[in-house]
Design a binder for this molecule. Structure first.
Ligand SMILES: *[C@@H]1O[C@H](CO)[C@@H](O)[C@H](O)[C@H]1NC(C)=O
Ligand SMILES: *[C@@H]1O[C@H](CO)[C@@H](O)[C@H](O)[C@H]1NC(C)=O
Ligand SMILES: *[C@@H]1O[C@H](CO)[C@@H](O)[C@H](O)[C@H]1NC(C)=O
Ligand SMILES: *[C@@H]1O[C@H](CO)[C@@H](O)[C@H](O)[C@H]1NC(C)=O
Ligand SMILES: *[C@@H]1O[C@H](CO)[C@@H](O)[C@H](O)[C@H]1NC(C)=O
Ligand SMILES: *[C@@H]1O[C@H](CO)[C@@H](O)[C@H](O)[C@H]1NC(C)=O
Ligand SMILES: *[C@@H]1O[C@H](CO)[C@@H](O)[C@H](O)[C@H]1NC(C)=O
Ligand SMILES: *[C@@H]1O[C@H](CO)[C@@H](O)[C@H](O)[C@H]1NC(C)=O
Ligand SMILES: *[C@@H]1O[C@H](CO)[C@@H](O)[C@H](O)[C@H]1NC(C)=O
Ligand SMILES: *[C@@H]1O[C@H](CO)[C@@H](O)[C@H](O)[C@H]1NC(C)=O
Ligand SMILES: *[C@@H]1O[C@H](CO)[C@@H](O)[C@H](O)[C@H]1NC(C)=O
Ligand SMILES: *[C@H]1O[C@H](CO)[C@@H](O)[C@H](O)[C@H]1NC(C)=O
Length: 710
């Protein structure tokens, strides 16, 4: 889980653009500095609430409303990573179009009057495929990622420079009048890495204090920050009195993997830990995530579902999640109402009971703020504070902006719950609707790549596809009475075909990637064609030595009888990267005729089958989602755009699918004649999928914003 990742030292470098770095710019720029208390913007200390929203996990059409809802929720700063592998698909070739329009996203933040925090990476982890690294880095000779390694540093600096120059040319740094007050050159330090590569970026002249999280010995001027769920309790504080206390990743929930349950973190728990962090002189809290969104296409890392942090204050679809959004909004307002005393007052803390504590900020002018904490998880506590008696709820913090009256208690939810409903818009249950194409199972003689060993999966596909066919042929030398095929794989999925017949599937999981396939098969007395389809469900995103990970088959045997076992591990293998339909891109309208489609008669349990149909968009503008609960495993495209990998047949320990609903952004749709293509690997029933709209029952909340973005 993610706590394990925290054993790996995490480094987040924040580049705060100093006024000295850019020459004034005619007074339109902002000065951003810091001291031991907080960031200082134009001479003013600030307590800032920040929310992570990742631009490629939604669509440009969704950005204005997401940002407006964050602003209305009391968020001051939008934080995003920069996704290297989206922007530089080939060395020196850049893409900033559509969902990748980083400049457009930052400009929308600016248009709505919020600040931005840009985490350029290059390593982002973030449950994103390959942690954000472009796969071509893998083939750079002698490269060792995230280390003091010249080839790595070259490409890292090359990309970082590209982004910084782009931001500068658009005038997006605060010092130029733009919204970016913090540019984190975020870099999770690997086990085998020194600080060296971080410092490379110092040369970028953005101007600059740096921040590193989970790095208590961050050398000056780097600011060490905290990541976690309970930074108020776990963070030892900045390592110098001149550095502010910042919490750069406070998890609002948790990511979810296929086979895993959703993680629900209560609004009360988040509010408690944010209030505690502020009480302990924290000045910056970032919600990771404020809106998680969707891992479209093949962008999620190994085994992650497409729905990302759906439990955040804004759900996957961008709908407000109550009471989380409202409770945090009230917390932000309570803290903002007394931010002068918090930032200017002298902080003391003292015991007001066995498990109760007061944190008080006292200004010379008389201003006073108190946080009264009850750390007893079960019982109310009656305490005396300033000669007034208070009854504190279990595990809660009360905020008293004048040291007399409670205006907010972290455990008291004033906001009503809301409920999300999906409304079926259409079914696909008539046979006339569907056509299908069963993909070709290649055999050894078809393979254009041959090798006398089992090749590593990623190095062979170069990430051009999730799919790699491993094929061989053989003639049995003795009669096989009960042949059993045995496959060892290091991930992630293997489907076995013998003489064009499907003999089953095996897979690993997020936590245990390796697995064994063992199923009886049927062999003939002539040449047998064995074709194993190895599938990856995203590249790894974390851990050391990412450049030398291994996936795919590692051993193959056929047990023929008690006495006879054939070992094909070192044998003549033939390979094919990708599926035929994938190579032909038959999910695009213009390529449909590249294969021959037939009417779908049998709906279920045909492996390796493509299905296509057309549908009209649901009326209205509620978000749209596909319910794929009757499918197995595969990928879905709408009008040529992939909504992501689905894997409904991977059940949790309680026997449920981790994800059945797959978000189809409104902007993917036209009013009618939308092409839906499903690739099903193991066998599913397309007749009983449905298209739904999603809404909540509290439509009284209206967020007003101008459509400033174009
Ligand atoms: C970055 O790399 C690309 C291609 O690899 C190259 O064209 C470009 O000149 C490089 N830029 C810098 C600043 O090294
Ligand atoms: C005040 O807070 C500090 C830091 O959290 C803690 O170590 C100390 O015990 C607290 N003092 C009292 C009197 O509770
Ligand atoms: C509250 O108590 C728990 C143990 O029950 C302890 O781990 C935590 O640090 C305490 N928190 C505060 C703010 O004192
Ligand atoms: C705890 O305190 C709250 C607020 O004062 C009160 O409403 C509630 O009844 C108390 N609960 C118990 C068990 O005393
Ligand atoms: C509380 O009351 C005592 C005695 O009545 C008094 O000495 C003390 O100053 C009071 N404290 C505050 C904070 O008002
Ligand atoms: C498989 O191999 C045979 C000959 O060995 C060939 O005729 C056939 O076309 C190949 N391909 C498929 C997809 O069966
Ligand atoms: C990757 O494949 C290339 C050939 O494409 C080969 O030369 C190289 O040794 C392979 N590397 C690894 C780590 O398997
Ligand atoms: C069957 O026997 C032949 C000749 O003895 C040998 O070349 C071949 O590899 C054997 N097949 C298998 C699957 O072991
Ligand atoms: C293969 O040959 C054996 C012995 O010659 C025979 O018993 C068996 O039925 C044959 N199997 C098939 C599938 O033809
Ligand atoms: C099959 O062969 C491979 C490579 O020679 C070897 O590592 C493996 O142990 C063998 N499997 C068995 C069960 O002997
Ligand atoms: C359709 O399904 C029936 C039974 O489910 C089966 O007998 C038949 O062979 C299937 N036809 C095709 C074309 O797959
Ligand atoms: C960031 O917050 C999440 C919870 O939201 C937590 O799981 C994670 O451990 C935190 N990061 C670190 C490095 O502590």
């Amino acid at each position: 889980m993610k706590w394990l990742l925290c054993l790996v030292v995490v480094v987040v470098v924040v580049v705060v653009v100093l006024p000295t770095a850019i020459g004034g710019g005619g007074g339109s720029g902002r000065d951003v500095t810091y001291d031991g208390r907080s960031l200082i913007i134009d001479g003013q200390r600030k307590i800032l609430f920040s929310g992570s929203i990742h631009y490629p996990r939604s669509t440009p059409e969704m950005w204005p409303s997401l940002i407006a809802k964050a602003k209305d929720g009391g968020v001051d700063v939008i934080q995003t990573y920069v996704f290297w592998n989206l922007h530089e698909p080939q060395p020196g070739q850049y893409d900033f179009s559509g969902r990748y329009d980083l400049v457009g996203f930052i400009k929308e933040i600016q248009a709505q009057g919020l600040y931005a925090c840009l985490r350029i990476g290059p390593f982002i982890e973030s449950e994103w495929t390959y942690g954000g690294f472009p796969f071509w880095l893998h083939d750079v000779p002698d490269i060792i990622y995230r280390s003091d390694n010249e080839p790595f540093k070259f490409y890292m600096q090359n990309f970082t420079t590209k982004i910084v120059k782009l931001m500068k040319s658009e005038g997006l740094y605060a010092s130029e009048g733009g919204p970016i007050i913090i540019s984190q050159h975020s870099m999770r330090k690997d086990l085998h890495m020194s600080v060296g590569p971080q410092l490379v970026a110092v040369g970028l002249q953005t101007g600059v204090p740096w921040v590193m999280c989970k790095q208590t010995d961050a050398p000056d001027p780097l600011i060490n920050t905290c990541n976690g769920m309970r930074c108020g309790e776990t963070f030892q504080g900045p390592n110098s009195p001149n550095k502010p206390s910042m919490w750069t990743e406070n998890w609002t929930s948790f990511y979810q993997v296929f086979g895993g349950e959703p993680y629900i973190r209560s609004a009360q728990d988040i509010a408690f830990h944010v209030a505690l962090f502020i009480a302990k002189k924290g000045c910056y809290v970032n919600y990771y995530m404020y809106h998680g969104g969707t891992n479209f296409g093949r962008t999620s890392a190994a085994y992650f579902i497409t729905s990302y942090y759906d439990q955040a204050p804004l759900d996957e679809y961008g709908l407000i999640r109550q009471p989380k959004w409202g409770h945090l909004k009230e917390l932000h307002a309570a803290i903002k109402s007394c931010s002068t005393s918090l930032l200017e007052g002298e902080q003391t803390n003292f015991s007001i009971g066995q498990l109760q504590e007061a944190y008080v900020f006292q200004e010379e002018s008389g201003g006073c703020v108190a946080f009264l904490l009850n750390n007893d998880t079960k019982n109310n506590a009656t305490v005396q504070f300033h000669n007034i008696s208070f009854e504190l709820l279990p595990k809660s913090i009360s905020i008293l902006p004048n040291c007399q009256h409670v205006i907010f208690n972290t455990a008291t939810i004033e906001t009503e719950n809301n409920e999300r409903t999906t409304t079926s818009s259409q079914m696909f249950d008539s046979e006339e609707r569907w056509e299908e194409f069963t993909d070709v199972i290649p055999n050894f003689s078809d393979a254009n790549l041959k090798s006398n060993s089992l090749l590593e999966h990623m190095n062979t596909t170069k990430d051009q596809s999730d799919y790699l066919w491993y094929t061989f042929r053989f003639q049995q030398n003795s009669s096989c009475t009960e042949p059993v095929l045995h496959i060892d794989s290091l991930g992630h999925v293997a489907h076995a075909f013998v003489n064009n017949m499907y003999f089953g599937t095996a897979h690993g999981s997020h936590d245990v990637k390796g697995f064994t396939f063992e199923n009886p098969i049927l062999l003939n007395n002539e040449t047998n064609n064995i074709s194993v389809l190895s599938v990856m469900v995203g590249l790894p995103d974390s851990g050391p030595f990412l450049e030398s990970r291994f996936a795919g088959l590692t051993g193959v045997e056929i047990q023929c009888s008690e006495e006879v076992t054939y070992n094909f591990t070192n044998y003549e293998w033939g390979y094919q990267v990708g599926l035929l339909g994938e190579m032909q891109q038959i999910y695009n309208e213009q390529n449909l005729s590249n294969v021959v489609w037939s009417k779908t008669q049998n709906s279920t349990n045909q492996p390796l089958t493509w299905y296509k149909t057309v549908f009209d968009a649901p009326i209205g503008d509620d978000p749209v989602t596909l319910d794929l609960s009757t499918m197995g495993k595969g990928e879905a495209w709408v009008n040529g755009q992939s909504v992501g990998r689905y894997w409904v047949s991977f059940h949790t320990s309680k026997g449920a699918s981790s994800q059945t609903l797959y978000h189809v952004p409104r902007s993917f749709l036209k009013s009618s004649g939308n092409l839906l293509v499903l690739l099903e690997e193991v066998g599913g029933d397309p007749f009983h999928i449905s298209l739904n709209t999603v809404s909540t029952n509290d439509s009284h909340i209206h967020i007003h914003y101008d459509h400033l973005f174009q």
